[in-house]
Design a protein around this ligand. Structure first.
Ligand SMILES: Cc1cc2nc3c(=O)[nH]c(=O)nc-3n(C[C@H](O)[C@H](O)[C@H](O)COP(=O)(O)OP(=O)(O)OC[C@H]3O[C@@H](n4cnc5c(N)ncnc54)[C@H](O)[C@@H]3O)c2cc1C
Length: 637
């Protein structure tokens, strides 16, 4: 993840932790659900860390937390909280008993002061009885109340912040002093001018201090800022930090898993990356949508059609995609629960030879740190593969409705990104680029080049940002070492030979350039055990597309779904697995126990088919009996 327990002031939650932390908590929570592969989340992490550090002293009243939705162990929980876009910020009130997905943060922006102020608004939105007990009153007091404070008999300091109606300084100082004893902070507004003049207040914000010995007066502070007020009040003699009984923050994780580097060739494409992207897309990204209907469902159908028809994948994956595509196309319903898709992807029918890896394994998309590259990298590769394959094999799209439509692939990818891609900002940028120029695409080759050009626009925009992997710096692609012919010098400037770029893209994203090295083997030993030991390079170029795995070999392999049942990663990920039990009812049981949605749709199909058959038979016998009557009826008799 992007945050280190014990090092950062952020409360780093895990799957059990969200509910565990927020349920019936004596403090309110602000949780950022992020994805460690999302560039904007990476870019935003320093702000979140700074915010958590800035409001560290507010922890008894409200806490700043984070959960990494990209971590496999957290997939179910992010789904339960209905997280579709990253980052998503949710507030949880103190003493929440029932399961809730929280309240969305609605700020004008995500700058630190805006979020901090929204935290205060959220605290004030608690009902009187539901407010965190450690949170002092944040409402302004009246001038008459101030007069009564002058007779201070509590043996502690009382500070009163005078401020304007729109100021948050008073409330920030009140919360900053929560863990300190011998200090009570109040705030009042500057509306009663006469009263202010009487006390000698000339400008706001200002701090009026009543000492334990009841002497009083204005504090002369260098700058009338929250940090100055808070630091001064904390430094007063006798003001000490209380020993808090609130639960301790989780400490640094003991077992930070070490990942072994997989050697790869950057001139090749890896099946493991494309399959990992498909797994993530189908089992995680899509899972954020509990049911699919209307335009969403149409986008999914079109996207799966493209992948099923165009991906030069391994037979077990292609069979699965084909089945999914046919099933989606034949659906008589215009709304389906996501569970139904998942059932099929998980091959609940136990049809042998259908298999899609059930966890991510990045090869060409590995990052030098776990939070870098990965899914968005492989998604780009998948998109480029689709545009290239549509140009190279237009016949693959016959009878799909996409034939003869050169923009069809790009428009479908555009809709996919807009509807399902978790990276909120990426979707926005991609849509802007599409609106600008996608309609200029007239041929499948132009579609290949359009996506290449736009990807380079994104590369140059992201160069130098925190999401850039230092080991894989963003640069116009393909670099001269990958494709010397793509580059030429015009008036001393490096420029593209687009004809050559097209040739290169068609080769790079071709079937022949795909390597199956490191790909999950449905029947093989647990691939995790093989990490870091490069398997012999299995190139597609030496094999006939249809003969990658003989059908009888597929049939004799152990059934994948049976293997999965023993794999801890699948159990954790399954909505019916251990992880899911921690969060209430994220999964929607589909039509009762024992039947999967696929079973149900097959039943419906069978039912419709047998009704049709009966109707045809009835019709047939009726016609026959009429003919018989006509033949044997003697009118004269
Ligand atoms: C549709 C989409 C939009 C995105 N928008 C944003 C955004 O707005 N902001 C943000 O922070 N992140 C965005 N991302 C993520 C970002 O583009 C990268 O994917 C991420 O930073 C990982 O970068 P990477 O170094 O792995 O290389 P990537 O840019 O992901 O590239 C993956 C692989 O594709 C190949 N490649 C590189 N350039 C090209 C090209 N021009 N044509 C063909 N192949 C190429 C290379 O082999 C490279 O390793 C987006 C991702 C996608 C899929």
């Amino acid at each position: 993840g992007l945050y280190r327990p014990g090092e950062d002031a952020v409360w780093v939650l895990d799957s059990g932790g969200v509910r565990g932390a927020t349920a019936n908590s004596s403090a309110a929570w602000l949780v950022q659900f992020y994805s460690s592969w999302c560039g904007h989340c990476i870019g935003y992490a320093p702000t979140w860390r700074a915010l958590a550090g800035d409001v560290r002293d507010w922890a008894a009243a409200i806490r700043v937390a984070a959960l990494d939705c990209a971590a496999e162990k957290n997939h179910d929980v992010c789904r339960a909280y209905d997280i579709r876009l990253y980052p998503t910020f949710r507030y949880f009130k103190a003493f929440t008993k029932e399961f809730t997905i929280g309240e969305d943060f609605k700020g004008a922006n995500r700058e630190l002061p805006t979020v901090r102020q929204s935290m205060i608004d959220f605290l004030q939105n608690h009902t009187e009885g539901g407010r965190p007990p450690a949170c002092p009153a944040l409402e302004p007091i009246l001038p008459s109340d101030i007069l009564s404070l002058f007779d201070n008999r509590g043996g502690h300091y009382v500070a009163v912040i005078f401020e304007s109606n729109s100021s948050y300084v008073g409330r920030e100082v009140i919360l900053d002093l929560v863990p300190y004893e011998n200090m009570v902070v109040k705030r009042t507004l500057d509306s009663d001018r006469a009263f202010l003049e009487k006390l000698g207040v000339t400008s706001v914000p200002a701090c009026y201090l009543i000492y334990p010995n009841r002497t009083r007066g204005f504090v002369n502070i260098g700058k009338p800022l929250r940090s100055f007020f808070s630091a001064y009040l904390k430094s007063l003699p006798g003001v000490r930090k209380k020993i808090l009984l609130s639960p301790e923050k989780p400490s640094r994780e003991e077992n930070v898993g070490t990942t072994v580097w997989r050697e790869f060739d950057k001139a090749r494409l890896y099946t493991a990356d494309l399959e990992s992207a498909l797994h993530y897309l189908l089992r995680v990204e899509l899972a954020a949508h509990r049911s699919l209907a209307g335009a969403e469902l149409k986008t999914l159908k079109d996207f799966i059609t493209l992948v099923a028809k165009l991906l030069p994948g391994r037979p077990p994956v292609m069979k699965l995609l084909e089945m999914l595509q046919e099933w989606l196309a034949s659906l008589p319903l215009d709304r389906i629960p996501y569970e139904a898709v998942l059932d099929l992807v998980n091959n609940k029918m136990r049809i042998s030879g259908l298999f899609l890896t059930s966890h991510v394994k990045w090869v060409g998309c590995q990052g030098s740190r776990p939070e870098l590259r990965g899914y968005p990298c492989a998604l780009w590769q998948l998109f480029h593969t689709l545009t290239v394959q549509a140009a190279a094999r237009p016949e693959a799209l016959v009878d799909t409705g996409f034939e003869g439509a050169p923009q069809a692939v790009l428009q479908t990818l555009r809709r996919y990104v807009r509807t399902f891609f978790g990276c909120r900002e990426c979707g926005k940028h991609f849509e802007e680029m599409a609106q600008e120029s996608l309609d200029t695409v007239r041929t499948p080759d132009q579609a290949v080049l359009w996506l290449w050009r736009k990807h380079n626009v994104v590369n140059s925009r992201l160069a130098g940002l925190p999401s850039e992997d230092p080991r894989f710096p963003k640069a116009p692609w393909p670099t001269p070492d990958l494709c010397p012919a793509c580059h030429e010098e015009v008036k001393g400037l490096d420029s593209w030979d687009e004809g050559q770029v097209l040739v290169f893209l068609k080769q790079h994203y071709s079937h022949a350039n795909l390597l199956d090295t490191y790909s999950a083997d449905p029947g093989g030993p647990d691939e995790e055990g093989e990490r870091g030991h490069p398997a012999p390079q299995k190139s597609r170029s030496s094999q006939h597309p249809g003969s990658l795995r003989p059908p009888d070999a597929l049939g004799s392999q152990p059934q994948p779904s049976e293997n999965w049942a023993h794999r801890p990663d699948v159990r954790a990920q399954s909505p019916r697995g251990a992880g899911a039990r921690m969060e209430p009812a994220a999964a929607v049981p589909f039509l009762g126990a024992g039947f999967s949605s696929l079973d149900m749709s097959l039943c419906v199909l069978l039912y419709v088919a047998s009704s049709l058959f009966l109707m045809v038979m009835c019709f047939f016998f009726r016609v026959r009996s009429k003919r018989w009557k006509v033949k044997h009826y003697a009118p004269g008799v």
